[in-house]
Design a protein around this ligand. Structure first.
Ligand SMILES: [Zn+2]
Length: 364
């Protein structure tokens, strides 16, 4: 009796069974629901049920005849009382109806596109849940404190890289809740995200969005590939340190797909700088440079950061035995390493570096 609701359920929850077919929703005179009417049953997402014991009324989400408010409470689970909590009801409503966070242009976790690309990968992505940009969080919020603790100004790196905090995640992605969400975009489109733990624990410090093609994706590629210098680093935090010119490989190797992405920027003729972590086992920046050289003849520079950095070059104190990476250095120090490595490349490189380095931290 509610084909749109049925279709949304089938799309997000799989096989649906209809019970009490044709029955009408009815309230008793004092307002209590006397009959839920026709029901659509599905496997409950909260209790691991596989006998379709969760149900919604066909009137779910329709305006209440008395108050006009959408009836998101017409849902339940016969196994356990899984929808008794407001949080579960809201989470379910958002996943089902594809609601949007008010005031944000971010689709939260609407129905995923299950069609997949030509090679079966997901082609559209959503944020993991209700998210708020870090620049809109109150001073002292744990996400802001995390960034400040690493030496970043949340009001600079937040808007620049679209960083946000996940207030409430989709039940399938509950691991993202309470984490810093680092969106990954290509051509402006969200192609995935990473969720960084903020509670100091080490297990799954970074959780990567299921389905994200890290082998074919660079972090911050839109900004980086548009500039006169592309600085290839390993991780997302390194990019925040470099600034808009930074692009992360999600590791220290260059896949063919990533090489092709960067070569695709060749008509714009940027300079390419390879800047991996200091003293990384198995890393071969020279091999990355050689793979890129044909597309950027004479324009690839390998830079390195010192194993021992002067304290004034560090954004934060290093842990015992920790080696500096670009993310632990100040932006000024990172760009001094880049400039030093490219001295032999000549004036064209130095001019491009001057144009590409960010100014907000000064540069001694
Ligand atoms: Zn349940």
């Amino acid at each position: 009796m509610s084909p749109d609701l049925y279709a949304a359920l089938a799309r997000t929850r799989g096989a649906i069974r209809t019970t009490k077919r044709g029955d009408l929703f009815r309230r008793a005179a004092h307002g209590v629901v006397a009959d839920w009417g026709e029901l659509y049953n599905f496997d409950c997402p909260f209790c691991g049920d596989s006998k379709k014991r969760a149900w919604v009324s066909y009137m779910y989400g329709q305006p209440d005849p008395r108050t006009g408010r959408p009836m998101y409470e017409l849902v339940g689970c016969w196994n356990e009382d899984c929808f008794a909590s407001r949080r579960n009801r809201d989470g379910f409503a958002v996943s089902l109806m594809g609601l949007y966070v008010r005031g944000l242009e971010i689709p939260v976790f609407g129905p995923p596109d299950e069609s997949g690309g030509r090679d079966g990968r997901r082609t559209t992505f959503a944020m993991p849940g209700w998210c708020r940009p870090v620049a809109e969080l109150h001073a002292g919020h744990e996400a802001r404190r995390y960034l400040e603790g690493r030496g970043y100004d949340p009001d600079v790196v937040g808007p620049r890289f679209g960083l946000s905090y996940c207030l409430q995640a989709d039940h399938d992605l509950s691991i993202a809740e309470g984490r810093l969400i680092i969106p990954v975009r290509r051509g402006g489109e969200l192609v995935g995200w990473q969720a960084r733990r903020l509670d100091g624990r080490k297990r799954l410090k970074y959780f990567t969005c299921p389905g994200m093609a890290t082998g074919r994706t660079l972090y911050n590629q839109d900004l980086a590939l548009a500039g006169p210098v592309v600085v290839l680093v390993e991780g997302v935090v390194d990019v925040w340190s470099v600034g808009p010119a930074g692009a992360a490989l999600f590791g220290h190797t260059l896949s063919d797909a990533k090489r092709d992405l960067i070569l695709g920027a060749a008509p714009a003729r940027p300079w390419v700088v390879v800047l991996l972590d200091a003293g990384e086992k198995g890393a071969d920046p020279g091999a990355i440079a050689r793979a890129l050289e044909p597309g950027f003849p004479g324009r690839v520079v390998v830079a390195s950061i010192p194993l021992e950095a002067p304290p004034g070059d560090l954004r934060r104190p290093l842990g015992p035995g920790e080696k500096p990476d670009p993310g632990s250095l100040t932006t000024g120090a990172v760009w001094r390493c880049i400039r030093a490595a490219g001295a032999a490349a000549g004036g064209g490189f130095l001019a491009a570096v001057e144009a590409a380095r960010p100014r907000e931290e000064g540069d001694q």
